[in-house]
Design a protein around this ligand. Sequence first.
Ligand code: SF4
Ligand code: SF4
Ligand code: FES
Length: 237
Amino acid sequence: MADIDTQNMIDQEEVLRPKMVTVEIAGKKYDVPEGITVIKALWYAGQEVIRGIGCLGGFCGACATYYRTKDDAKVRTCLACQMAVQDGMSFSMVPPFPARKAIYNIAELKDPKQDLFALYPEAPLCRNCNACTEACPQTIDVREGVWRAVFGDFKAVSEMFMDCVMCGLCVPVCIADIAPNLVALYASRVQGAHFTEKPERLEHRIKEIADGKYRDEWARVMKMNEQELAKVCAELK
Ligand code: SF4
Ligand code: SF4
Ligand code: FES
């Protein structure tokens, strides 16, 4: 039997073992695999995450998190499902913040640009500190958005906040007690409901649906079993 060259042997277990980094979760140190997301690190460390997990794709905004990297004093914000862990990183998920959400019936607003001041009277008190913009993980110019809302440029607000995921990280940092995301949500909803021209063909189709044009067809679809549905869909393709 030939001699085994132990010097050049590959240690499979060693090769397959993930490289670990040390992170601090809510003040306690854990070793977690390098390159995983902050959310996965929480799971890996056995943390019970019963709030703050939704899409895992950067869309729902549920996983708002504060973090700090090694040797940097600045505490930053991120969406935990979108941020990879680094050695020496510290992080904690952000608890829900009790921001006041105005209640309104959008269809009944008579002068929505003025109504903003009744619904969110703190909005014009923005002191330009820019903390909201710095806190936003979606790199939205939140401060600018608040000002545009106050000056009635709801169209610009609706476009600027298109990527807002409602994580709420811009709210606790505001020294004027404004909830910039909710002000922007109001402006965007108003823009859609009151100031954007309705697409003619969409209006037409909505009316057809309301008038019951597709009622019988819908009833037929609802009675189909899975095979029948698959057959009809294949024929449509
Ligand atoms: S605007 Fe506020 S709520 Fe929206 S993504 Fe940015 S920080 Fe989150
Ligand atoms: S954090 Fe508040 S006060 Fe500061 S810029 Fe944003 S909205 Fe204005
Ligand atoms: S879990 Fe939805 S944005 Fe992170």
